[in-house]
Design a protein around this ligand. Structure first.
Ligand code: 5GP
Ligand code: ZN
Length: 116
């Protein structure tokens, strides 16, 4: 755990969040500033700073596979039967503001494209 990381603290229940799903490897909780009727963040319990910090190791490949495999279950639990968007902002140009890998699961309205 990274001492100063907000998302590590949420995963460890040191700071509260509206958790919608969790297991041994990942935690999913509602975003504090939702951009759509449903806006949930999916994070690994392990502190990985961003997409750029994922190792090509069996452990990280397995973890990321698990995260992606759980998306449809979390989305279904949130009632997103019409679809949704999954986004991970990476680094400065990607407008990442929290340095702990996360995927935004966004839905409950029609999306626009291209993103800003
Ligand atoms: P990013 O900008 O890094 O892609 O996404 C970070 C997200 O984390 C933002 O959508 C922001 O609203 C959310 N966020 C930041 N701090 C907190 C917090 O303490 N609790 C929750 N639930 N969400 C947070
Ligand atoms: Zn962290």
């Amino acid at each position: 755990m990274e001492r100063e990381c907000i998302f590590c603290k949420i995963a460890d229940k040191e700071i509260p969040a509206d958790i919608v799903y969790e297991d041994e490897e990942i935690v999913c909780f509602r975003d504090l500033a939702p951009q759509a009727p449903v806006h949930v963040l999916i994070i690994p319990r392990e502190h990985i700073a961003s997409l750029d910090d994922i190792a090509d190791s069996a452990a990280h490949v397995g973890l990321l596979g698990h995260m992606m495999a759980k998306v449809k279950e979390v989305a279904a639990g949130l009632g997103l039967s019409n679809g949704y968007r999954l986004v991970s902002n990476c680094g400065k140009d990607g407008l990442q503001t929290v340095g702990h890998l996360h995927f935004h699961l966004i839905g409950g309205r029609g999306m626009g494209w291209p993103p800003g």
